[in-house]
Write a protein that binds this ligand. Sequence first.
Ligand code: NAD
Ligand code: IPM
Ligand code: MN
Length: 356
Amino acid sequence: MTHKIAVIPGDGIGIEVINEGLKVLNCVSELDPNIAFEFTHFPWGCEFYSKTGKMMDDDGIEKLRKFDAIFLGAVGYPGVPDHISLWGLLLIIRKSFDQYVNVRPVKLLKGAPCPLKNKSEKDIDMLFIRENSEGEYSGSGSWLFKGKPNEVVIQDGVFSRVGCERIIRYAFELARAQKKSLTSISKGNALNYSMVFWDQIFNEIRAEYPDVTTYSYLVDAAAMLMVTKPERFEIVVTSNLFGDILTDLGAAIAGGMGLAAGANLNPERKFPSMFEPIHGSAPDIAGKQLANPLATVWSASQLLEFFGYQQWAERLLEAIEYLLNEKKTLTPDLGGNAKTAEVGDAVVQFLQQRYG
Ligand code: NAD
Ligand code: IPM
Ligand code: MN
């Protein structure tokens, strides 16, 4: 089957890591006669903005709509204000295509560095389900009396019943299918509307899943527990902002930003879903072949899983784990001195040798 994929490398290291992700996906389609990809590249991002004043074509969303999935590097670069670049590309895609589920594994692979004392792979194996369409990142608010002494800004947190129910239900379904516990992370003690509502809906839906063990933590305590007792967490469901912050913390305990992947899903498949590493464009190392492409390879694995190629999804993780243990071809963030492209080549070589 041929899958039509829109490729948006974006900015900074996004361009370098996407190259390696594509190498790996091409390798999979060469090794498996049942899988084919048709890639279409879009040169959107901050450089495009500096030439056109826009982050993507005016009909960019219409163009993307006809694809089966989007494979994205990273967005944002010094020179363009971050709220302009991100709302002009990444966030508008997530919103327009109702990619309301953000799946982010926080899983310590064997061989990956972990800064936590006495913790190993069996302790750090979580799956974050981050609400990805509303909440604190609804993009709604107002800026009153701009520049005046009585200036006021209001940033709305939007928590709809439909929005909360669907993400919490998605997480319960996963927990049930995988026979894992589900932890909700919120902040009802201070956020006396939004998070009280979230907790209420979590409790309502919980009644439908008596077979699932549940926990509820306040976000501040959860941040502490992720470091001291990460083994407490299996499937986790949380809001847009908390999920954003806690998955960077998750990356830090599971090998770093170079290994952290994310899938932005529209589970109903009415619109394309989007696969990306969770890191940014890393201007500090961009253009030097220093970026670790393994997070992007992991998001390619999520893409394969989404299309039903579970076995290939697992093989990509096996390849990552192989490189981590072999310790010969790793980028500097993982203590090696390999270039970005060499890591992509090593993944391809592993797949060819083992499954070719
Ligand atoms: P960042 O993730 O780009 O970088 C944080 C740190 O992690 C940097 O020191 C960087 O060198 C390192 N790092 C990140 N990815 C790495 C990789 N693959 N290999 C090795 N090291 C890696 O976050 P930032 O510096 O806060 O943001 C930079 C820009 O990216 C900003 O414009 C920001 O808005 C944007 N951003 C975009 C996305 C996205 O497109 N999904 C996500 C986060 C930040
Ligand atoms: C992420 C990023 C984005 C987010 C930013 C760049 C808008 O941090 O994907 O984690 O907050 O969702
Ligand atoms: Mn983030």
